[in-house]
Design a protein. Structure first.
Length: 168
């Protein structure tokens, strides 16, 4: 297969700079240490007054750590199932906005996460969908019987009308 000259030039122009990009030395130990320390919020968006699940990890998950925030103060996350977990309640008077939550590990490592607090909205009432006349209740047998009687009467009138046409 013959390669066209413009395609070969394009490949050369796009591929040549890759050879001259300096390779940054990666320290795998530092990257692994950064990945081992984290703080997760579940859910990350809550209305004021709801509970918040905290799941964290430090280099040593056998020792308790602390999570602090201006919302709920300081909470101790304890070892459970290989992670550090706890539950905190967002105060009901909290204003909507973004709040920073910080994790401090016993060895001095730290991580943070952002909690989004939204306004708690209560619906005033259900949707206006009618009076509920078709809902089953005390009148259901009467409505079903009346409907069957109307259908039987229609079938009877249809039979009578067909017989009159044939004979008359």
């Amino acid at each position: 297969m013959r390669l066209s000259v413009p395609a070969a030039l394009a490949a050369l122009v796009l591929g040549l700079p890759v050879l001259f990009v300096p390779v940054l030395p990666a320290d795998p130990a530092a990257a692994a240490a950064r990945a081992a320390v984290f703080l997760e919020l579940s859910p990350s968006t809550v209305p004021a007054g709801d509970d918040l699940g905290l799941r964290a990890s430090c280099d040593d998950n056998l020792k308790a750590a602390t999570v602090s925030s201006g919302l709920f103060g300081t909470v101790t996350v304890a070892p459970r199932f290989g992670f550090l977990t706890a539950t905190a309640r967002v105060p009901s008077g909290t204003r909507p906005g973004d709040y920073r939550i910080d994790l401090r590990c016993p060895d001095g490592a730290a991580a943070s996460a952002t909690l989004h607090v939204v306004a708690k909205v209560q619906p005033a009432r259900g949707p206006a969908t009618g009076a509920g006349g078709t809902a089953p209740g005390r009148n259901a047998p009467l409505l079903i019987g009346s409907g069957l009687a109307v259908i039987a009467a229609a079938i009877g009138l249809g039979v009578v009308a067909l017989r009159r046409r044939r004979f008359g």
